[in-house]
Design a protein around this ligand. Sequence first.
Ligand SMILES: [Zn+2]
Length: 208
Amino acid sequence: MDIDKVFKNNQSWIEEKLELNQNYFEDLGKGQTPELLFIGCSDSRVTAEELMGLGPGDVFVHRNIANMVISIDLNVMSVINYAVDHLKVNHVVVCGHYECGGVKAAMQSADLGILNPWLRNIRDVYRIHNKELNAIDNEEKKYERLVELNVKEQCVNLIKTAVVQKAIRTKGLQVHGWVFDVHTGKLIDLKINFTKYLKDIMEIYHLD
Ligand SMILES: [Zn+2]
């Protein structure tokens, strides 16, 4: 990759924005009020804003390998707390994607060093749903289903946090689980019934 090209691209992008609105960057500098927190995979194909047709200022973004919401990961937990409590987003999205390398790695027997504890969380999703997954003969379909179930379980992990429980109760925060199909570009809404899951887990995970 020609790194100089990146700076040329940046200059053209600035000119494009200013052509549409002379005050574009002045406005951008005033602050942010995004309404959506997007938790996606670090995969280079899953661009957050671009695939949603949104731009600077619209989305608060966190990306990691396989879009995980892990309660002892200070990074994702800080992002969730800041977005929900301070920026007061109305929607939190966990967005997985088909052909996810992290999910694929978790389906294989291999020692991947520092990645092992991270991928362990995806293996745990497999263990929770092993009956359903083992009943799928087609490996590709099984892989796709694990991507979807991982999104669902990360949404459940989201609603296990105090800040999200409080925001659902007091501000009507909505939690969404989506999958980006890299083969078609389509964003698929898994229609996660988060209020039902919240009700189901409250006996054990009720914090706020
Ligand atoms: Zn991925």
